[in-house]
Design a protein around this ligand. Sequence first.
Ligand code: COA
Length: 331
Amino acid sequence: MSATITSIAHYLPPDVYTNDFFAKYLDTTDEWIMTRTGISERRFLKEGATSDLIVPAALECIQKRGIDKNEIDCILVATVTPDHNFPSTAAVVQNKLGIESCWGFDISAACSGFVFALATAVSLVESGTAKKVLLCGADKMSTIVNFDDRTQAVLFGDGAGVCIVEKSDDASKGVLDKLMFIDGKGAPYLHQKAGGSAKKVSHETVENKEHYIYQDGQAVFKAAVVGMADVSTEIMRRNNLSSDDIAWLVPHQANLRIISATANRMGIGPEKVMINIEKYGNTTAGTIPICISEWLSKGLIKDGDNLVLSSFGAGFTWGSIYLKWHTNGIK
Ligand code: COA
């Protein structure tokens, strides 16, 4: 038995912020941002929370699948920017969608959130614990980005991707393998200093801007290049996949140079790599489902295509999923 993605949609807020927007008030340039990251513009949600990014994508996803919303029996939300520490954003989404009876929870794995949540959804379906999982990867990064710090302000964006995971009617297609890791030794290089139980919010933590992202960009960059390439080549090796067998690499979109290094190690040319970082920046748990949704709507993914999804993020977290594209014949 395997599980597969039967429907997918995404939502990006309408307000676009170009590199020149930042260059007007920070010591940065369009050229620096483009050459060091590959990012040209990103979207920020002015009003509302992460659930408000998810709901429009979820409605479209359910409508495309052609089911009643009450057939969803589980909601998973991968995010590091939940609406609240509690209740879960999954519960907020359930209520906003008006789904009468289901369960669900949030998954915190930063930029690997979608990969870890997809692996979880697949296990829930394969074990019979859930039939139709609404899987959401979404972040409103603009709530935790320090817009006065040029080393992080330009990197992130807001966005959501939502899919439905259910049993594949062809066991040879769907999610065929998953390989994931965490290593807490990476925590010092990418974290939020205050706001959790380790350091509660106070006037002092706010004054020190400790509620924003803390990132040692170079350390994360070096670890990401190695981690994403290692896990991607390992999933190829253990599934006997050559670069010719792969239709699409779907990498987390944090930095074009990390994506290129991963593709190079896999022997995959740029024409087979999903890249939209120039338009949206790093939307954390949103990047991978947004890519798949965009490519699918452009008719660029065919039944039976081999996709390798790869991510790296705070934790550190990293992982890869081998997905043979199949939607149970649902358009
Ligand atoms: N504009 C202009 N200069 C900038 C800048 C900006 N937006 N951001 C940083 N710089 C400067 C730095 O201050 C530094 O200046 P200095 O030499 O005078 O100190 C210089 O550029 C080089 O900084 P460095 O950090 O070495 O740049 P980099 O090439 O490593 O690029 C990142 C920085 C953040 C883009 C890169 O390290 C990265 O992408 N890291 C991974 C981030 C990531 O993936 N995070 C999400 C989790 S997956």
